[in-house]
Design a protein around this ligand. Structure first.
Ligand code: NAP
Length: 289
């Protein structure tokens, strides 16, 4: 006998596109929330190489995907393949969430507010602080957009200097922020971190499977530094271990992840999911696996 399954011909597909993607917790988060609200929706993760991004989006339109998230390395390139981006995504220059509105793909970015909410929930302030950001990709753009009006000074340190310089120029032009770009070298890391109050890692260094790597040497850290590593898998990265080992206050990427996902979920479904409960569920999942 055929029994009615929870997935049927009316199930609406949501997903995440990234490359790599096996580190993603998004399917766990969204499928759990879909279940909580009894929604006939399913969420999958797709590993899409950059050369296949355009065709993937075209295919998504054809099969009426309800919405999707975009992660490393597609957050900036996706813009040219969707129909419209809102003012937040325009300000940041990167998209992490797309919604299908009657066949029209609309993009936004929930990373900045997700990061801001995570910092607030953990009692951290960025007002008048000297901030060093490692990386200059999509997440660095989003995070800079919340720092611009409040930080005293921002230093972007990146492997590819042109990317950091362009981002710094863009931010300076838009917001007149005190921001500088530097190439990722031992000398620059050591010098800039000495006078920094906050260090934010937005590079994937330390992310699964390269879990023993840290983007900076332990000896460059100092106890007055607040270290925010936005990598969420593993939740306790090598950088966070090194930092808390010498007495720094730290925050991992899980809080930002769940906060940015909650904002995307609400945009797609008009429903407010439980954030704290989800953070605990992921922590439990990680202990078991
Ligand atoms: P992205 O746009 O591809 O940018 C990655 C940045 O990291 C670039 O500046 C890149 O430098 C740098 N980078 C990459 N590999 C490096 C290496 N081996 N050494 C030094 N620098 C390196 O990616 P993204 O979307 O910003 O995401 C970056 C990370 O943040 C990922 O791990 C992602 O999972 C995480 N993330 C977490 C959250 C959260 O909610 N917690 C949200 C967004 C992103 P080049 O310019 O030289 O290539």
């Amino acid at each position: 006998m055929i029994s009615k399954n929870s997935i049927d011909s009316g199930t609406n597909l949501y997903c995440i596109l990234g490359h790599p993607i096996e580190h993603s917790f998004s399917p766990i988060i969204y499928n759990s929330w879909f279940k909580d609200f009894n929604l006939n929706k399913i969420y999958l993760a797709f590993d899409v190489a950059p050369k296949n991004l355009k065709n993937t989006v075209i295919g998504f339109k054809a099969i009426k995907v309800g919405g999707f998230n975009i992660t490393i390395p597609h957050k900036e390139k996706i813009i040219k393949y969707i129909d419209e981006i809102d003012s937040t995504a325009k300000k940041i220059g990167a998209v992490n969430t797309v919604k299908n509105e009657d066949g029209f793909f609309k993009g936004t970015n929930t990373d900045a507010i997700g990061a801001e909410n995570a910092l607030k929930e953990n009692g951290f302030t960025i007002n008048d602080k000297n901030v060093v950001i490692l990386g200059s990709g999509g997440a660095a753009k989003a995070i800079s957009s919340i720092l611009v009006k409040r930080a005293k000074k921002i230093i972007l340190i990146n492997r590819t200097i042109s990317r950091a310089t362009n981002l710094a120029k863009e931010i300076k032009k838009k917001f007149r922020t005190n921001i500088e770009a530097k190439i990722n070298s031992k000398h620059n890391l050591e010098e800039e971190i000495k006078s920094a109050d906050i260090l934010i890692n937005t590079t994937p260094v330390g992310m699964y499977p390269l879990v023993n790597k840290s983007p900076i040497l332990r000896e460059f850290l100092h106890p007055n530094l607040f270290v925010f590593d936005i990598v969420y898998n593993p939740p306790l990265t090598q950088l966070l271990k090194d930092a808390s080992g010498i007495g720094c206050k730290t925050l991992g990427g899980l809080d930002m992840l769940v906060n940015q996902a909650a904002l995307a979920f609400e945009w797609w479904t008009n429903k407010k999911p439980k954030i704290e409960l989800m953070k605990n569920k992921i922590r439990e999942f990680l202990v078991k696996n």
